[in-house]
Design a protein around this ligand. Structure first.
Ligand SMILES: Cc1cc2nc3c(=O)[nH]c(=O)nc-3n(C[C@H](O)[C@H](O)[C@H](O)COP(=O)(O)O)c2cc1C
Length: 130
């Protein structure tokens, strides 16, 4: 099964989640959002997307740009989300999940970490592959 992992991260917290998933899925397409190839991502059976909470419960800019570019083409796809937040209790990720579902995709799950991921958050991120 082809898996694509695309993420953005400003201080490395979401990147730690992405790297944990990548270690568990070494053959996956793996890219930061700013240079990700939409056709590679859309050809995957499982798409895992990661972003920190930025702005006021917004996706980080490069992920917002990437995700809005594929949002109209993800109907029927299986998508898992991961990311890091601080004070917002992961509201950004819940909102993103609603956006994924509104676009007609199947939401596989959400793995979130407050600031740097602890071991449970890393396990939750890897479990998006299952
Ligand atoms: C400009 C800015 C805006 C942020 N906005 C939010 C927010 O709306 N909600 C929240 O829970 N955390 C917010 N945070 C905290 C980050 O999501 C948090 O530091 C996260 O761990 C960063 O992950 P990263 O290292 O992957 O970039 C913000 C941080 C910055 C610097």
């Amino acid at each position: 099964m082809k898996t694509a992992i695309v993420y953005s991260s400003t201080t490395g917290n979401t990147e730690q989640l992405a790297n944990a998933i990548k270690e568990a899925a070494p053959d996956a397409y793996f890219s930061t959002a700013d240079v990700a190839d939409p056709s590679e991502v859309l050809s995957a059976e499982l798409i895992l997307l990661g972003s920190p909470a930025m702005g006021a419960e917004q996706l980080e800019d490069s992920m917002e740009e990437f995700f809005s570019g594929i949002e109209g083409q993800i109907s029927g796809k299986t998508i898992g989300l991961f990311g890091s937040y601080d004070w917002g209790d992961g509201q950004m990720l819940s909102d993103w999940g609603e956006r994924v579902k509104a676009a007609g995709a199947n939401l596989k799950g959400i793995a979130k970490a407050q600031l740097a991921p602890d071991s449970q958050a890393l396990e939750d991120a890897k479990a998006l592959l299952n």
